[in-house]
Design a protein around this ligand. Structure first.
Ligand SMILES: C[S@@+](CC[C@H](N)C(=O)[O-])C[C@H]1O[C@@H](n2cnc3c(N)ncnc32)[C@H](O)[C@@H]1O
Length: 198
């Protein structure tokens, strides 16, 4: 049975996180910003290297685990990368609070949690509701780059993109190679790129 006090505390916590996220996004995304977004950036290895190689692009990495974001921020500060930000945030909350004056130019989803058990597939990131929300905040032609070492997730992601009305799979070279922590441990991996249709 639901505990009303716990439910109220949970809602208050989410509301507090929303407020903090809104404030951060207003601070780092001036109107008109087009950004490179990495979802589930872990310790930020990939995006720090990407931002260093692309000083003209504003890059934002998010992860739900605070300790990973703290390490990523330290990496950003050491490298003095003014075009890079890391925020502790859930992907869906991030998209809900994303300002309408900004847009996603490019999205990376690298080695997302695979959730192998059937009853946990609902937790996978690549699902129609996430793709709808990302499409609503992305510029036309936005590329979403997805890579996983778990073949069944790759296959289900291909199907999800094929069935989605706004994203289409395209043949494209992988835009930037830099091993993530999970890529270092992977025996093999599969990649796809999807493009947002107008
Ligand atoms: C398997 S790790 C991969 C980390 C990194 N991309 C790499 O390749 O080394 C998946 C990451 O996604 C994060 N994550 C999972 N669900 C998320 C969500 N809904 N929003 C943001 N980050 C999430 C996890 O905390 C974890 O750090």
């Amino acid at each position: 049975m639901e505990n009303p006090a716990r439910t109220a505390a949970y809602h208050a916590l989410i509301e507090e996180r929303r407020r903090a996220l809104r404030k951060d996004l207003t601070r780092i995304l001036p109107p008109g910003t087009m950004l490179t977004w990495e979802v589930g950036c872990g310790h930020g290895h990939f995006l720090a290297a990407y931002a260093q190689a692309h000083p003209d692009r504003l890059c934002v990495g998010i992860d739900i685990i605070g300790e990973r974001i703290e390490r990523a921020v330290r990496k950003r500060d050491r490298a003095r990368l003014g075009n890079l930000h890391f925020l502790q945030a859930d992907a869906r909350l991030f998209l809900e609070e994303f300002p309408s004056s900004a847009s996603l130019a490019e999205i990376f989803v690298l080695y997302p949690d695979p959730w192998p058990k059937l009853r946990h597939h609902k937790h996978r990131l690549i699902q129609p509701d996430f793709l709808n929300a990302a499409a609503a905040r992305a510029r036309n032609g936005c590329h979403l780059h997805f890579r996983t070492d778990y073949q069944p997730y790759y296959e289900s992601a291909v199907l999800t993109f094929e069935e989605h009305p706004r994203w289409r799979l395209i043949r494209a070279d992988w835009p930037f190679e830099f091993e993530t922590v999970f890529q270092q441990r992977a025996e093999s991996y599969h990649s796809l790129t999807a493009e947002l249709r107008s």
